[in-house]
Design a protein around this ligand. Structure first.
Ligand code: NAD
Length: 322
């Protein structure tokens, strides 16, 4: 069995490799070659933590496993470590033997950023120039870095529930050579061609009335029952895509619009179908598109498998007799 510790992963995997792994596994999900297992996600009643498992099997790539972990909201302030903590376990699909244990924290950020940027590549208007960011936590920096590779953005506008976190996101924008402006949600909606939301909110910040025609939104924060980032009515006005329909309507952003009867399960489309050419994606420059990125186990397994292959090749994977 191979162990690839968290500490070496940044030297091994690139955002580009993560993007390719995620785009390809989304395609495999839509063609039926790969499937995710039902998600377990529990409030454990300790440290306000949400803990769970996301697993799946990619029959085409023969990748089987799960990610265990979750979200500990007090980590950063109390312990100086990031709030999201996870580990990926890979198994040999021929025998069931454990194959690898891989640090999942950086991989989670990279695969989540890859997912929203896959949606930008396939769904945003080609002439998108202003990127709106809602959220300024750990993930938001990865989201911003990944997004700018897929459209020639000229400016970033941002809003966060905790405004004191915005200057740090501004530094990331500056590193990327982009002007950055902290704005109201009204302004953000008016200016942005693409909006990424990545917060831990349980109530909508962005309202239907804030969003203008032709916007593409990647709603990335809602991955648990009860969470919500945008008003449900916005999903009824948009064409909604997701990584995994079952997750989107139960733990994703679409859970609220479906529960309120504003959209049906059949209105939520797999992004993989767009990647494979089975769905046309955006149909006009006026259409609002939403990607409900719930985060699937197969994304984690895809990037973890890529990292194990590189780590073994470079001789940095630790081999244990297990
Ligand atoms: P973080 O703790 O570093 O940042 C949290 C963000 O949410 C900050 O911007 C904060 O200001 C904002 N926020 C907190 N309370 C809020 C409220 N009541 N209303 C609006 N905004 C609020 O967290 P992070 O690591 O950046 O992760 C952000 C979210 O993304 C988490 O909810 C996490 O579960 C989710 N996430 C989703 C995926 C996925 O695949 N979809 C992957 C990783 C993380």
């Amino acid at each position: 069995m191979w162990i690839v510790p968290e500490s070496v992963i940044s030297e091994l995997i690139t955002p580009e490799a993560s993007f390719d792994a995620v785009e390809s596994v989304f395609g495999a999900m839509a063609s039926g070659d790969a499937y995710n297992f039902p998600v377990v996600r529990e409030a454990i009643g300790h440290e306000d933590a949400l803990y769970g498992f996301k697993g799946g099997f990619d029959q085409s790539g023969l990748v089987l496993g799960l990610k265990a972990g979750g979200y500990w909201p007090n980590n950063l302030e109390a312990r100086g470590i990031i709030n999201h903590q996870s580990t990926v376990f890979l198994f040999d699909p021929d025998t069931g033997k454990a194959k690898a244990m891989v640090g999942g924290n950086l991989l989670t950020a990279l695969r989540t950023a890859a997912a929203s940027s896959v949606s930008i590549k396939h769904l945003a208007r080609k002439d998108a120039r202003v990127l709106g960011m809602i959220g300024a936590g750990h993930q938001s920096h990865f989201q911003l870095r990944a997004a700018v590779k897929h459209r020639p953005f000229e400016k970033v506008v941002a809003w966060n529930y905790h405004p004191d976190m915005l200057p740090k996101l501004g530094e990331t924008a500056a590193e990327l050579g982009l002007p950055f402006e902290a704005v109201s949600l009204e302004d953000l909606g008016a200016q942005a061609d693409v909006i990424i939301s990545i917060t831990s909110a349980f109530a909508p910040s962005l309202l239907d009335a804030h969003v203008t025609e032709g916007t593409h939104l990647a709603c990335m924060g809602t991955d648990t029952k009860g969470k919500q980032e945008v008003e449900a009515a916005l999903l009824a006005r948009a064409v909604v895509f997701t990584d995994e329909v079952a997750q989107s309507i139960s733990i994703g952003e679409a859970q609220h619009a479906v529960a309120e009867g504003l959209i049906a399960e059949a209105d939520v489309h797999q992004i993989g179908a767009v990647i494979n050419g089975a769905h046309p994606g955006r149909s006009s420059d006026a259409e609002i598109t939403i990607f409900d990125g719930t985060g699937v186990g197969l994304q984690d397994l895809a990037v973890a498998q890529a990292v194990v292959d590189i780590a073994v090749e470079k001789g940095v994977a630790i081999e244990v007799d297990f």
